[in-house]
Design a protein around this ligand. Structure first.
Ligand SMILES: *Cc1c(COP(=O)(O)O)cnc(C)c1O
Length: 421
């Protein structure tokens, strides 16, 4: 029997007998796994939940090239249009020339490179905090930080719509986790009142802008509750930084709330990759010693640090871009509502267009792409079943005519799909 057959998903033949050699047994197991995966993938496809990324053959800009066609891009977190900014690209080149490509290992092993330190200094100054620690992604930062700060015997109170990386960090920490209904301060108060006392450390954790709904947390209420119940406040500003608040410093800065732990990402408005956690020096030192995703993972390439240090200045000075992206968002919200789309109230750059059914949501996304507008559909498990939606996100580098063109496409596809006007 040829070995190849076991690895061809189209030809899952009958299993052969096992017992005469470890290698064949291993192959047999992989056949079983493969069969199960094929069935699982088919089930996903049957439910309209199979996901595969689009191929993009251009830089990430206001327009991107998909299948050889330039289409308007409303699917990116590159809110300020910095992902292909010439100054950041040349900064990356300069860093490559001076520091080379790789970082070699975890910083605890191969050392902190000049650009890592430069980025952390620039971020701490910009964020007006004592110190910052770089991570290779926001996912790694949340998982590493939550697990370093909470353990069995501690308790975490987490908003139901928090980002998956917060959810995973909570679970992995081993702490008791109470998930409170989205943005429900009353429910959180009740949970704190009945459960806080039974645990050592308590952490309240929330996104400041929720990634798939685009609404804001009431961080002032969370601060008051944290103070009243001896809890630490942990705020993830991934979607707010660069766009909201004075100089783009986020929601906490806007309402003058101090978070004990504040997380920001560099992959969204900053246009690059990576993330940071801000707070007192003691927090940074503890994380550098105990956040496993920092300790046991290769440091970001030095060019990430160099670009981040430079991007901080661009973000701080980007008031015009902030006004543009938020202005575009307001115009899109109003225009989409006028076209009879279900768009919740909101004031951020993230605009959910609620569809409900996953297959219907993807049909809308496809029809828009035919009309040269790229808006990704968001389905379970990213959002709850029955709440599939398009996530429409303008960029500062769109012009007004492009916003109008997008709205026109949204109007036309209702006819294309035979939906009521
Ligand atoms: C995107 C996001 C993250 C993850 O950041 P990455 O750098 O993309 O890994 C974490 N938290 C929130 C709220 C996010 O939206």
């Amino acid at each position: 029997m040829g070995a190849g057959i076991f690895f061809d998903t189209r030809q899952l033949g009958p299993l052969v007998e096992c017992g005469d050699g470890a290698l064949r047994c291993a192959r047999l197991r992989s056949v079983t796994l493969e069969r199960e995966l094929v069935a699982a993938v088919e089930a996903l496809a049957g439910d309209g939940l199979l996901r595969a990324p689009r191929g993009i053959s251009s830089a990430q800009d206001a327009r991107v090239v998909i299948d050889g066609r330039a289409v308007l891009n409303f699917s990116s977190n590159n809110y300020l249009g910095f992902a292909n900014h010439p100054e950041l690209v040349s900064q990356a080149r300069a860093s490559l020339g001076a520091e080379g490509l790789g970082s070699g290992a975890s910083r605890l092993v191969s050392g902190t490179m000049t650009s890592h330190t430069a980025a952390e200094r620039a971020i701490a100054t910009f964020m007006e905090c004592e110190s910052a620690l770089l991570f290779s992604s926001g996912y790694a930062a949340n998982v590493g930080t939550l697990t370093a700060l909470a353990k069995p015997g501690d308790v975490i109170f987490s908003d139901r719509l928090n980002h998956a990386s917060i959810i995973d960090g909570c679970r992995l920490s081993g702490a008791q986790v109470f998930v409170y209904p989205h943005n429900d301060a009353e429910a959180l108060t009740a949970l704190l009142a009945s459960h806080r006392a039974g645990f050592k450390r308590a952490v309240i954790v929330s996104d400041s802008v929720f990634s798939m709904d685009g609404d804001r947390a009431n961080v002032a209420a969370l601060r008051r509750l944290a103070d009243a119940h001896d809890a630490a406040l942990y705020i993830d500003e991934a979607h707010a930084l660069g766009v909201l608040g004075p100089d783009g410093r986020g929601v906490c800065a806007e309402v003058r709330v101090r978070a004990d732990v504040l997380l920001g990402t560099l992959g969204k408005a900053f246009g690059a990759q990576g993330a940071f956690v801000c707070g007192p020096v003691a927090l940074r030192t503890w994380l550098e010693n105990r956040a496993r995703s920092y300790v046991f993972s290769t440091a970001p390439m030095p060019l990430v640090g160099a670009v981040a240090a430079r991007a901080v200045g661009l973000v701080r000075d980007a008031d015009v871009r902030r006004r543009r992206v938020l202005g575009h968002a307001a115009r899109l919200r109003a225009g989409l509502r006028a076209l009879n789309y279900d768009v919740p109230e909101g004031s951020t750059q993230i605009i959910p267009v609620m569809v409900g059914d996953a297959a219907r949501c993807m049909a809308l996304s496809e029809a828009l792409l035919v009309r040269n507008v790229f808006v990704q559909g968001i389905r379970p498990p990213t959002v709850a079943p029955g709440t599939s939606r398009l996530r429409v996100v303008p960029m500062a580098t769109h012009d007004d005519a492009q916003i109008d063109a997008a709205l026109e496409a949204f109007g036309a596809v209702r006819g294309d799909l035979g939906w009521a006007k």
